[in-house]
Design a protein around this ligand. Structure first.
Ligand code: GLV
Ligand code: MN
Ligand code: MN
Length: 427
């Protein structure tokens, strides 16, 4: 990878000149500073959306950006924009970024890398005295993970008007805190920032992210050019039975919500059985009420995360989820609510070409690949030409404290990003 960097030093091309100012050590140091906020054992972070930790991370980022002379703006859902102006300040900007919120037991790179790579690119442009026609902005999308307030990608969905802000405000976290209240606290913590409308015109969007899968590492490749994102559907299931004494109530009199939930999940596993291992079906959260060892469960709530790269399979199998749940219960009621539904997307071939050309200029081998995870780029793809750059992460581990990406790989992705941004901002 460093061979690629040395290559750029020999180059006279003004765009590659900016990439050599991408500073691997500085980029790494910022990741490590950010990782102190919400640090958990095993090198992970718990920095869920709109928590005190999220606010602290936003403040740290704003401090860095303002220290470099960039201006800050925010929209009504707390999406944050860091702007480096262009020769034509009225031209729609090129956006890059990702999210800073994490899973409850998350890693140090998911999301935050896309934000810090963007800031690194802006700083490198300043150091290289690069002038662009369009402004370039780093965006931090609110609540991409969806672990605290479901579903994820809320900030980019609302920005792109795929969902209304009003429809998010009443969503509560597991403690009953409303999204509206957590958002108000976050907005109040960063007063005085310029206000932005939703869905202002954007020229193009590029998101840089760790791969979160094993392909790049196993093939020894530094750059993934992301072709698209598989589709996702999220459901919330509630099974309602009746609480009863565990020691005295005969089985025939029980309406045991936990036993029925197990029967439902077993039926869903049969439905989702896929010898090709393409279907992704996950039950990641279960709540049992009253959650006592000697009471029969009265109520069980659980989540379903179902994904597939083919839209027709996503529709057909996804539509069978509710009837399958209904057929599996014998003595309880079941309610199934779909809270998120996104068909697969394909990124704009022009953006794929720009990213590939940037990697080639830097002598960084790249392959085209789809994304199994969803990202804010899925929504930005609806309103402007969009694309993504992946970098390897160790053993593909993600949504786990052990998540790791090397300083070399992070820097390589940021250099490709810098070149691609310059290209797009001068088109
Ligand atoms: C994003 O975090 C996802 O779940 O794909
Ligand atoms: Mn992410
Ligand atoms: Mn994630």
């Amino acid at each position: 990878m460093e061979a690629g960097v040395r290559e750029t030093r020999r180059s006279d091309d003004p765009s590659t000149a900016a990439a050599r100012f991408v500073d691997r050590g500085r980029l790494w140091q910022r990741h490590m500073e950010m990782a102190k906020i919400g640090a958990i054992p095993g090198d992970g972070v718990n920095r869920q959306a709109l928590t005190r930790e999220d606010i602290a991370a936003r403040k740290l980022l704003i401090g860095w950006a303002e220290g470099l002379g960039f201006s800050i703006a925010m929209d009504a859902i707390g999406n944050l924009f860091i702007r480096r102006n262009g020769r034509n300040p009225d031209a729609p900007p090129v956006l890059t970024g990702s999210h800073m919120d994490s899973q409850p037991s998350g890693g140090r790179f998911d999301g935050i890398y896309g934000v810090l790579a963007g800031l690194e690119a802006l700083e490198a442009f300043d150091e290289a005295d690069a002038v662009t026609e369009r402004p370039i902005e780093v965006v931090v999308w609110t609540n991409e993970e969806g672990g605290r307030f479901s579903p994820g990608a809320m900030g980019s969905m609302v920005f792109t008007e795929s969902r209304r802000l009003e429809d998010c405000l009443g969503i509560a976290d597991a403690q009953g805190v409303l999204f509206a209240d957590a958002l108000a606290e976050t907005l109040a913590a960063t007063p005085g920032t310029e206000k932005r409308p939703f869905n202002f015109p954007v020229a193009a969007y590029i998101e840089t992210h760790i791969e979160q899968g094993p392909k790049l590492e196993s093939e020894g490749l530094p750059i993934g050019v992301v072709t698209g994102i598989q589709g996702s559907r999220w459901f919330e299931v509630e099974v309602v039975g009746e609480s009863a004494h565990a020691g005295t109530t005969p089985l025939r009199f029980r309406r045991d919500a936990l036993q029925e939930a197990l029967a439902i999940i077993s039926a869903l596993n049969d439905l989702m059985n896929d010898p090709s291992d393409t279907v992704r079906f996950t039950v990641g959260r279960m709540e049992v009420i009253p959650n006592s060892p000697n009471s029969v469960a009265e109520r069980v709530r659980f989540t379903i995360d179902f994904r597939h790269p083919e839209g027709s399979v996503l529709s057909d199998l996804g539509n069978k989820i509710e009837p399958t749940c209904r057929r599996a219960v014998t003595c309880c009621e079941v309610e199934v609510r779909e809270v998120f539904h996104r068909q697969p997307c394909c990124f704009d071939p022009r953006i794929l070409g720009v990213i590939e050309a940037a990697a080639t200029k830097l002598s960084l081998p790249a392959i085209r690949m789809p994304s199994g995870a969803f990202h804010d780029a899925l929504f930005m793809n609806e309103v402007c030409p969009a694309g993504m750059i992946f970098v390897p992460c160790e053993k593909g581990i993600s949504h786990n404290p052990a998540e790791y990406a090397s300083p070399d790989d992070l820097a390589a992705g940021a250099r490709v990003l810098a070149l691609a941004l310059l290209d797009l901002a001068n088109k």
